[in-house]
Design a protein around this ligand. Sequence first.
Ligand code: 9MR
Ligand code: ZN
Length: 527
Amino acid sequence: VRLSTVGYLPDSPKQATVVGADDAESFALIDASSQETALSGSLGPVTASPETDEQARTADFSGFRQSGSYILRVPGLPDSPAFTIGDQSLNHSLECLMAGFYGQRCGQAVKLTWNGNTYSYPACHLEDGYLDYNDPARAGERQDGTGGWHDAGDYGKYTVNSAFTSGVMLAAWEKHAAALGQLELPMIPEHGGALPDYLAELKYNLDWQLKMQMPNGEVAHKLTTLHFGGMVLPHQNPAPRYFSPNSRYATESFAALGCMIARVYAPFDAAYAQTWLDAAQRAWVAARAMPVEHPDTSMFSTGGYFADPASNHQWGLLELSLAFGTDFLTADEQAELAAILSSAEPIFEVDWGWGNAGNLGLLSWLASDTAAADPTTRAHLVADLQRAADAIVVRSQQHAYGRATPHNFWGVNGAIANFAVLLDAAHRETDAAIYRDTAFNQVAYLYGRNPFARSFVTGDGHEPPLHPHHRPSAGDDIDAPWPGHLVGGPNPKETDWFDEMPSYRTNENAINWDASMVYALAMFYQP
Ligand code: 9MR
Ligand code: ZN
């Protein structure tokens, strides 16, 4: 009996996938404290789940809205773990994810208590970073690149992935500021300060990101060691870390992000917003003269993050047009922008992420005054958004576990969480509950309605991952891993997930996947 082990909201869909009960006809919802039957229902028909080679049935108790703690029972099968129904069922999960981001901080001593364990390491990577490969004329010199979040289970810092990560988290803020503004993160040193905790944690990463810009306005693609180091705590690897060559892709991502930052932080800190606007403008101007081709980064064997140059260029075009007006764009850029917005081809990409972040720009544009003043173009874009969201809904409905992709690849869990971003936008535009419900079903999959009947997030839900490919978790002497990380998930088959430290292809974490999870949980956060 596979279901969301962190629970449901009274008005959310509530479905479990049941496997191995071909003779059973019914299910019962049992009140966990009184042991009384709260609801009896009929199982859906047996259907094939080709992705997992199973026969599966659905127990649907969506109509049941009574808050409490429950168990789902199907005759002949072990009971489900206990789960809650309540308005605030998912709040704890969002707090857990944000604790996870704090635990990725670089350049500062980190100390985090979760589930009775205290995780810590001293300030790391205070020499970030050397310039040898960014500007050979300055070999042996350093530029300040301290701070930010480690990317993943490794300690690299990658501009492109970080920009996508921050962009998704800023988008979550722009859509859910009222709720996220009340999120309390008592573990962060900024807690109780002038910024809401959510924006304070995010700013820790943004402050670093700003340092990736070089004096000429171009932006370094990454800041890492030359090769991945061992599975030790971050201060325990003495290998020097270098700024890589600059890339156009990173520079454009940086510019796009800067415009979003300026929008979000302006009400709190006008000077900070202006700093980013200036940096974004300088980056965009510098990027115009850079080759589209990726620079030679072959001296590094750390993460590549080579991406689709067109999609991030699109993110930048849209953001810069909003921040500075279309007059700021060149004639060619204005033509590109017009072509994007009036295209008869699909505009929103259903499957997207760090490598094709263009949707972020489209969503910013939709929410802007510019769009409000151009209802025809806006309606065209909304119709296309709905096309994309409908495709996501259909995929989810066709899947035995409700996830919106039948494909498996490195980081598929992050992609599953990321569907929430477009679904939320479609829900906002149309008010159709199916979009919100489908987003909820992605969350339900990731917390246990999956073939493993386990949570994919460390420190949360039923039988969460214990052995992620995460250096702090492997390198400290605490059994339980650091909390708040979504692991990459099944790959290459839907049943291939290995909760083993060496399995970086299925069991690593990454800030971009966690950011998408934050977005999805922000939709259901109720302070
Ligand atoms: O998430 C990235 C995935 O899409 C790529 O297929 C994979 C191989 O290039 O890299 C993943 O990103 C990793 C990055 O390169 C280095 N830090 C860890 C990231 C998560 O595994
Ligand atoms: Zn570090």
